[in-house]
Design a protein around this ligand. Structure first.
Ligand code: PEP
Ligand code: MG
Length: 829
């Protein structure tokens, strides 16, 4: 007897469907295996689990596999690749529940694989025939088939007045009916999302609305039914007719036309207007400024197998195996991160994960390493062979998978060889899925006029670097931006999130005008940037720079920074095969101090982990890296790293004004341990300001415990917001939650500032400090230093000069009583 495998995203759905099928069985029991969910609670599919289920279901007569949708199909296809012999396995496109029942019933009656597959594939027929009959009846009598008061009445009305004849609506008494035509110009037609917008647009109106597809003749479909709209098969370029009756008929038609003109709130040609951009939807503003230019994409690092430069190669095969495992783990962590932000596109990353775990591949690589090959060579050779095999397959889908294999090949090689970070800048607008912090750091602001990221979020470290470079950017723009052909003109506004790909001349002219206006505003602010920022009533606010390298330090001075309030030293540690030595660090910090020309330099000790893994620090994969070994937790666990860094900092502090700041401090004991180490490596007579970052809500609440052990507290609103709001900072779908102006976050800032008054200085160095809306509230809460990316300094100083500290305090007091960030933002004049 054949076996059956049920593949679903949901453990519960699959078990329930199998139980339902079991109820229907009259003949022999059928072997049905389940591969569903990543565990009982987590939705997802796993190719390895599918292949195991297939093996378990196979008694020799073959296995029929039924899947729900999306990655279930992908995983089932990958599972076939994992099987030694897949000739007796059939993937069946039948609907999951109906197909499962039909297949089980026929298998139980003795059907073979072909017969069961045919039965399953026909399983929709009953439902279709029934509903088509109802649909036909609907058109003749009550198109909406609803018993709700008014609907039946309207349905009868509309069918008296309108009839669809395939070429348009024939209208009996035209005075009672509003109608119009429109063209669908969404690249993917009226698919689910735009159709849902259409349903929403006419909901609640006193009108019955029908749609017909003039291009294909399909229809009519009530505009209140998502599935019936989908059945219109309206593709890009199709002409549709809308007809409505009832008191609001004209309004209904107007709304549909307006929606169509707005491309159903999608972005045809990927145009989004600033007005439609809200936090968490569509492209998010990420780095202010207007960017215009031809688009270009990052070329993946190329690794030629014959010429593989592998500086970290170990002495022994065992060492090489360890390096390979570590590199694969890092790639796995990076893919996990991308999967979180990829939303509906996560399937591609799931495929990459499966490839990383492919035991056949790993066995082949290990055997080459055992015979003396380096990990990089062995990995490249095995993956190249695999990709070449896929290239030869006749099936287009399978051939396309060679691309996945090569992507995974290059990612692991980039990690192994320390070349993960190299990216080459080109003139124009960079369009990319996402950037690692190291890739962002390597971009040249003189060439890159703008950045559009399909994924990403405004407080991801890569975005912060982009902002520090002053490159205008929008993030979370959706995967379709990746289809932009190289050289296409792209215009973006990093202040509002507006994005235009291949814009009309009028749109381009508007962007250009805005660019000119912003440049003038900046130029005016720059003139006064060297002066202190003093509020109208005489309160001085230090406006500091967040910097990562020498170019930033120079930019900080040029833009009028009073000091460098945050030096993200990790960027000295990224993109290399080993940690920088004490001398190397001293040289780098000294160069920053010299560039700052007497201004204080606050060096933050290494803050890696989370979204900043380092190739030479082996970290076991963590389910939640942001809640794991990062910041001071990691450096206290790797004391040699911290000791070297503090030694280098101490040397520079001997002849420059320097502060040291510890990231991610959660416990007083961590601060005391770090201070103790500092006292061991830096002589007591060297002046050195000591501070902590306040990024963990518990630390904010315990400020009183820390305040007497530090000179300053610097509030990292990026992390503080993600931890307070339980909204990961890299996850663009949580953009609306991760707002530092949420009153919950403001209360934490208030706690810090109250407990620190008279004991330690309070600064803010998260991205909120550069938000013009946030400045008056932060100052009102008692913050006296704002540390921002160098390009933001002139505008922040200009904004401070417009403020009055008494009004800021009143505003902050009101903000603390609000219930949401939106309410807080609405208070700001
Ligand atoms: C912060 O968390 O706000 C911060 C400034 O640190 P980073 O962004 O580097 O984590
Ligand atoms: Mg932080």
């Amino acid at each position: 007897m054949i076996g059956i495998v049920a593949v679903s995203h949901s453990h519960m759905l699959a078990h329930t469907a199998v139980a339902l099928a079991g109820e229907m069985l009259g003949g022999q029991p059928v072997r049905i295996e389940i591969a569903a969910g990543l565990d009982e609670q987590t939705f997802g599919t796993d190719a390895v689990a599918v292949s195991e289920a297939i093996a378990a279901a196979d008694s020799g007569d073959g296995v029929l596999v039924l899947m729900d949708m999306g990655s279930a199909v992908l995983s089932a296809e990958l599972a076939l690749d994992l099987l030694a012999d897949d000739r007796r396995v059939r993937l069946c496109a039948a609907p999951f529940v109906e197909g499962l029942i039909a297949a089980a019933v026929s298998a139980s009656g003795g059907a073979d694989l072909d017969e069961a597959a045919a039965e399953a594939s026909n399983a929709l027929a009953g439902k279709q025939t029934h509903l088509d009959a109802v649909a036909v009846a609907d058109v003749g009598s009550a198109p909406f088939g609803t018993s709700e008061n008014g609907e039946v009445q309207r349905a009868a009305e509309i069918t008296r007045e309108i009839e669809w004849n395939g070429r348009g609506f024939a209208v009996a008494e035209s005075g009672l009916v509003s109608r119009a035509e429109f063209v669908v110009d969404n690249p993917h037609g009226l698919h689910a999302r735009p159709a849902a917008r259409l349903v929403g647009a006419v909901r609640g109106l006193d009108s019955s609305v029908l749609l017909g597809n003039l291009t294909t003749g399909a229809g009519p479909a009530p505009a209140s039914s998502l599935s019936r709209i989908a059945a219109l098969g309206a593709l890009a370029g199709h002409r549709l007719e809308v007809a409505a009756t009832g008191a609001d008929a004209a309004e209904a038609v107007d709304r549909v036309l307006a929606l169509a003109a707005r491309h159903f709130d999608e972005a045809p040609g990927l145009v989004t207007e600033a007005a439609s951009v809200a936090r968490g939807t569509g492209p998010l503003p990420a780095s202010p400024g207007i960017g215009i230019g031809p688009s270009w994409q990052l070329a993946a690092a190329q690794f030629d197998t014959t010429d593989l430069d592998d500086p970290g190669r170990a002495e022994t095969p065992a060492g090489e195996r360890r390096r390979l495992d570590a590199a694969i783990n890092r790639v796995r962590a990076e893919i996990d991160r991308l999967r979180v932000t990829a939303g509906t596109e996560a399937g591609i990353f799931e495929a990459h994960q499966v490839l990383l775990d492919d035991t056949e591949v790993l066995d082949a690589v290990h055997s080459r390493i055992s015979s003396g090959a380096g990990a990089a060579h062995a990995w490249a050779r095995v993956l190249d062979d695999g990709a070449a095999e896929l290239d030869r397959l006749p099936d287009e889908y399978q051939r396309a998978r060679a691309g996945d294999l090569r992507a995974v090949r290059n990612q692991v090689l980039a990690e192994l060889t320390g070349r993960a970070t190299r990216s080459v800048s080109r003139a124009g607008v960079l369009v990319a899925a996402d950037l690692t912090p190291a890739q962002a750091a390597a971009l040249d602001p003189a060439q890159v006029t703008g950045i559009v990221l399909a994924n990403g979020s405004p407080t991801a470290h890569s975005t912060i670097l982009v902002r520090a470079h002053g490159i205008p950017a929008v993030v979370g723009a959706g995967r379709r931006v990746l289809e932009t052909a190289a050289g296409t003109t792209v215009a973006l506004d990093g202040q509002t999130g507006a994005l235009a790909i291949d814009p009309e001349p009028a749109v381009l002219a508007e962007f250009t005008e805005r660019a000119v206006a912003q440049r003038l505003q900046r130029a005016a602010a720059l003139v006064a940037a060297g002066q202190p920022a003093v509020t109208r009533d005489g309160m001085t606010v230090h406006v500091a720079a967040n910097i990562s390298d020498l170019a930033d330090a120079t930019a900080a001075v040029r833009n009028g920074a009073d000091l460098a309030g945050l030096v993200r030293t990790e960027f000295l540690f990224l993109g290399r095969a080993d940690a920088p030595s004490i001398d190397e660090q001293e040289q780098a910090y000294r160069a920053l101090a010299e560039a700052l020309d007497g201004r204080k330099l606050i060096l933050r000790t290494l803050d890696v982990g989370g979204d900043k893994p380092l190739p030479y620090i082996e970290q076991p994969p963590e389910a939640n890296p942001f809640l794991g070994m990062r910041g001071i937790r990691l450096t206290l666990a790797r004391p040699e790293l911290l000791r070297d860094q503090l030694t280098a900092i101490g040397r520079v502090a001997a002849d420059h004004p320097v502060g040291v700041m510890f990231p991610m401090v959660t416990q007083l004991s961590e601060l005391l341990a770090a201070r103790h180490m500092l006292s061991e490596v830096v002589p007591p007579d060297i002046p050195l300001d000591i501070g902590i970052m306040v990024e963990v809500p518990a630390t904010a609440a315990k400020t009183a415990a820390f305040a007497d052990h530090v000179d300053f507290l610097s509030i990292g609103t990026n992390d503080l917001t993600q931890y307070a709001m339980a909204a990961e900072r890299g996850n663009e779908s949580l953009g609306s939650l991760a707002d530092p102006l949420d009153p919950g976050v403001l209360h934490l800032i208030d706690m810090v500032s109250r407990a620190a008054t008279g004991r330690a200085r309070v600064a803010v160095c998260g991205e909120a400090a550069a938000d013009p809306a946030a400045a008056p509230i932060l100052l009102g809460l008692g913050v006296h230093e704002l540390s921002v990316g160098p390009p933001s300094i002139p505008l922040v100083k200009a904004a401070v000069r417009e403020l009055d500290s008494t009004s800021c305090r009143a505003l902050a007091t009101r903000a603390l009583t609000c219930s949401s960030a939106e309410e807080v933002r609405a208070l700001i004049p």
